[in-house]
Write a protein that binds this ligand. Sequence first.
Ligand code: GDP
Ligand code: MG
Ligand code: ZN
Length: 404
Amino acid sequence: MPQAAVNIGLVGHIDHGKTTLTEALSGVWTDTHSEELKRGITIRLGYADTTFYRCKECGRHTTKPKCPHCGGETELLRRVSFVDAPGHEMLMATMLSGAAIMDGALLVVAANEPCPQPQTKEHLMALQIAGVKNVVIVQNKVELVSKDKVVENYEQIREFLSTTDYRDAPVIPVSAVHRANIDKLIEAIEQHISTPNRDLKKPPLMFVARSFDINKPGTRPERLRGGVVGGTLLQGRLRAGDEISIRPGLVVSRGGRTTWQHLDTKISSLHAMGSELKEATPGGLIGVGTELDPALTKSDALVGSVLGLHHSLPEVTSQLELEVHLLDRVVGLQKEVEVRPLSINEPVMISVGTAARAGMVTRVKENGVRISLKYPVCVDHGWRAAVSRRIVNKWRLIGYGIVM
Ligand code: GDP
Ligand code: MG
Ligand code: ZN
């Protein structure tokens, strides 16, 4: 199977059906960690690939190579990667690291609850801040309510969208558990979430969204496979055998002092959802097999790092100068409050690429601030960073900054 061409995020309030819809679209249940299974909520970013087809006979859209509606022959449209984000307010940093690799998104809204719920708002704002332009709204669980209620909920969704950048986004009613209207949803995705133009000539740059140790416990040392990092290439291409660097890389704590050390290694293999790739290009999620000690990559240890060739990666820094753009109001709270300007010595949370970092405002100028981060990031000028502030004990998105 070829690599997916596009990354589509699933975002929205907890329990509105993101993981169930991901499964309806891809056949993959993404909540597979023991903690996720126990608690029934998505904690880490989930991945699932699928293929979209259109029937040559009846014209309906499907994920099956043979049309399930009429048995007709289909044509392949494209391969798609889904990124299933957690909808719990405590996991906003994970959602934001997902938003950094989304080319488009599905905002899932349950029809049996008033809209917008707090994370419905917060996630849509996060997409806006991350610069994700193409969004399809999925009105889920429609089989639970009467037709009148579906219409009423639809009006609420439209009203809410009218206050955002997504006022023209389509709203598609579905039932994820009953697999109802999924063909219409795929059709809307094909119409509204196009595959972006990618620059293959630039040096490769990948945001690390996951990292793993794929060895079973007890594997003999000579059989150990090297560490694997998962993520998305933003530009350029990677090939097996490439010498790469991962930055900032590894956190090292010695004698109370924390430093970071970049990791240099070689690509041993490239994968897209189980299939081996000769070459990876921007688009869907890829897994990069390396010669690193798997202890370095286990349990998402490298999430937030950037992967590329030795001499072409951006700088690593713990001092960020940001041109700041604050929201008018804080979203995600039951009762909204105004966003006050950043002040000196204020603690903040910065999400840039797939990295989430605690930091402190050390300088405030007109339109710009300097932030001193606890751990460094590998960033380039012009990148967008989401800025969160602690409000009643939780990090809340208050705006974004452009790295100067
Ligand atoms: P997430 O937190 O957004 O990922 O939501 P989940 O996919 O985990 O779903 C939360 C709950 O809603 C589960 O019990 C699902 O079975 C249920 N659910 C999801 N989609 C539908 C639907 O279309 N109809 C109904 N009735 N329940 C649904
Ligand atoms: Mg989920
Ligand atoms: Zn058909």
